[in-house]
Ligand binder design. Structure first.
Ligand code: HEC
Length: 128
């Protein structure tokens, strides 16, 4: 009986380690997309554990991380619209992208890294 519990514990630990590695991998990919912003550890954790849950999988209908063309299309009304839509929720995405503890600044940084867009250079209300 004790042995079974020990095995279960080891399994849990190895899953946890894999999860931690997965979130660091996402953070690393993300930081090469947008050099302008460096995520705090809390933001990197949020990115890997919350945002990527939908944004790493096209089946969720969320714009996928790294799909530059899609992100440029979505920023046609200006970068800040993306931030506002994330905070308020849009389409199938609940408010704050379900990150209940995220501040507005954190959401903004996450959107910069997720989209790979430079807020200063992204379209500012000019349709392509
Ligand atoms: C439950 C799934 C889910 C989670 C979790 C999620 N998103 Fe989304 N997100 C979506 C979907 C679906 C869309 C597309 C909405 C639409 O255009 O109909 C979207 C769209 C977006 C957009 C584009 C908005 C626009 O105006 O086109 C941004 C930016 C975004 N998400 C950021 C984030 C961030 C940052 C997080 C983490 C804090 C996050 N999302 C978490 C599902 C999710």
């Amino acid at each position: 009986m004790v042995k079974v519990i020990k095995n279960g514990d080891r399994l849990y630990k190895s899953r946890f380690i894999k999860l931690v590695f997965a979130s660091f991998a996402f953070a690393a990919i993300a930081s090469t997309n947008a050099q302008a912003v460096e995520l705090t550890p809390r933001e990197a954790y949020t990115f890997g554990q919350i945002c990527a849950y939908c944004h790493a999988r096209a089946e969720t209908s969320a714009p996928v991380i790294g799909d530059t063309e899609e992100w440029q299309r979505r920023s046609a009304d200006g970068f800040e619209v993306l931030v506002t839509n994330t905070i308020l929720g849009v389409g199938n995405m609940p408010p704050l992208g379900t990150c209940g503890y995220c501040t507005e600044d954190e959401i903004r940084n996450l959107v910069i890294v997720m989209s790979g867009l430079d807020p200063a250079a992204a379209n500012q209300g000019v349709k392509p």
